[in-house]
Design a protein around this ligand. Structure first.
Ligand code: DC
Length: 227
């Protein structure tokens, strides 16, 4: 198998990108790059410093001094921000929403650009986010765009958060996901959208295994290698 492909997965919140991306990366022994975690990491520090999402100067100052390390652990990675392992602390819906807000600010996107490209430089990576196939890896070997009906996405996200012990309301998750869709698609810099050459997969009626199998089939066909 070709060990050096760059495979991207973009799509709206809750479409299953993380679970699918992680599973795919594990099955083909690639590194999994969760770029949402980087935005969440910046959001986490901004929250700690009481910087608001519309405070461009404050965010600019933060981006000038923040250190972000992506530490590989097996096929997974830990996100270390200013020496603090924030990997597990950034997974709340509230932090996702705040990350979405600050990710519309150009200085934040610029701060994370080279970091992401550096990780994908040698290939062998499954990179997941909103602008992987359009901005960060425009020459990626295979681009997926994962979609799912918004109610189904809310149901999945709700189950995931409840299982993690978060106290959330289903209607609040629905509202938050819809607002996030609008924020992520409507911003002027690197908005969420499918690259022209992306393969669109609708996961509404598919489980993780179904989506991962479909992806592996496509990778295999495209790369001319049996996976
Ligand atoms: O995938 P996620 O839910 O962890 O992402 C959190 C937010 O970060 C998302 O709503 C928008 C932003 N984000 C982005 O703008 N670009 C990316 N490549 C990844 C995430």
């Amino acid at each position: 198998m070709n060990r050096n492909l760059v495979i991207t997965i973009d799509g709206p919140a809750g479409a299953g990108k993380s679970t699918v991306g992680k599973t795919l990366a594990e099955e083909i022994s690639y590194v999994y790059l969760d770029t949402g975690a980087l935005y969440r990491g910046v959001a986490y520090r901004a929250r700690q410093e009481a910087i608001m999402s519309n405070d461009v100067e404050g965010l600019s100052r933060l981006c000038g001094k923040i250190t972000i390390k992506v530490k590989p652990v097996g096929t997974n990675v830990r996100i270390i921000v200013d020496g603090d392992d924030v990997t597990d602390k950034i997974r709340t819906e509230e932090m996702g929403f705040f990350a979405s807000q600050i990710s519309a600010v150009p200085v934040v996107r610029e701060r994370l650009l080279s970091l992401q490209q550096e990780i994908g430089r040698t290939g062998g990576v499954v990179a997941e986010g909103r602008d992987m196939g359009t901005v960060i890896f425009p020459h990626a070997d295979i681009k997926f765009y994962l979609i799912a009906d918004v109610n189904e996405r809310a149901r999945r996200r709700y189950r995931e958060l409840i299982e993690r012990g978060e106290n959330v309301e289903f209607t609040e998750i629905q509202r938050s996901l819809s607002a996030r869709d609008q924020q992520d698609s409507g911003r002027s810099v690197a908005p969420l959208m499918a690259a022209e050459d992306a393969i669109i997969i609708d996961s509404t009626a598919l489980d993780i295994t179904g989506v991962v199998s479909a992806m592996k089939r496509i990778i295999s066909e495209r790369s001319g290698n049996g996976l």
